[in-house]
Design a protein around this ligand. Sequence first.
Ligand code: NAP
Length: 325
Amino acid sequence: MKAIVITTPGGPEVLQLQEVEDPQIKDDEVLIKVEATALNGADVYQRKGSYPLPKGTSPYPGLECSGTVISVGKNVARWKVGDEVCALLSGGGYAEKVAVPAGQVLPVPDGVSLKDAAGLPEVACTVWSTVFMTSRLSAGETFLIHGGSSGIGTFAIQIAKYYGVKVFVTAGTEEKLEFCKNLGADVCINYKTEDFVARVKEETGGKGVDVILDSIGASYLRRNIDSLNLDGRIFLLGFMGGSVVELDLKPLFAKRGTVQAAGLLSRSPENKAVIVSDVEKNVWPAITSGKVRPVISKYLPLSEAAEAHRLMESSKHIGKIVLLA
Ligand SMILES: NC(=O)c1ccc[n+]([C@@H]2O[C@H](COP(=O)([O-])OP(=O)(O)OC[C@H]3O[C@@H](n4cnc5c(N)ncnc54)[C@H](OP(=O)(O)O)[C@@H]3O)[C@@H](O)[C@H]2O)c1
């Protein structure tokens, strides 16, 4: 088969389409003929050589895909050859075929095309496992999403609105904020021209928000704590603004606040299967109802993975970037 190979750690040009060995499935896995895969921030770190892969993971990038099942392991009962699916991967999505544990596979939701379904597993599993399963975001609460126009952000806005949450977002341009507003965001804050802490306080009568989803990290931690309501929860997904910070913990104490952090990639297949199953139960109905949809910024052929990475690093995109195999 053909796959995108990281020929050496470096810039987007190191991503090259090459002929490689087909993946072999284990008894509890299925083999998917990939229709599409979608980009994630971790793919860029992997390309640069700064993302250590868990043992046994495919060397090719790609943390999610959609496609058709072409082979099933002998312990797999749920899936059969010909099923159209999407899947949360531990790697290997930038390829014509990928092997994945059956518990990480989802049906393509009704009303979503096979190619667009590639943009759902990572955002759905990340947002659901963090702010819903862990931070217990609930109807009637307030929720601040940093990077509202990102792949994660565009999904988080929609699923939070579906569950009756008041949504605040930050983004860096008026065009991105307008897009977030059209997706349902209630309060849109340009972090380049406004102080998000002051705006959050103003919009919440001085209280602050109940939950914050943040991938900026160190440079935002103090301001995130200042933006929290009593019993507020901060979930950290990434460290685009650094990972080292020194701060006074008293404000966190005064707010009875929680700061939690986790990623999907390092979780065991069993743990991923629990999340995937909860996503199918709680998120898939929101998608089939038409109230939550994949937001795709651009489709490119797999052979243009380098161009797709350039677009992602430019931050000009809104939502997901999809590669067609
Ligand atoms: N822990 C996990 O399991 C997990 C899973 C998936 C993703 N992530 C992380 O979540 C983040 C988003 O991922 P993604 O795939 O959705 O990435 P993405 O689509 O590339 O989005 C990154 C976004 O960050 C925004 N941004 C950068 N600096 C900002 C700031 N100071 N304030 C507000 N927004 C800022 C950019 O928009 P602007 O132009 O508005 O700045 C851009 O939209 C990444 O850091 C990624 O590594 C973590």
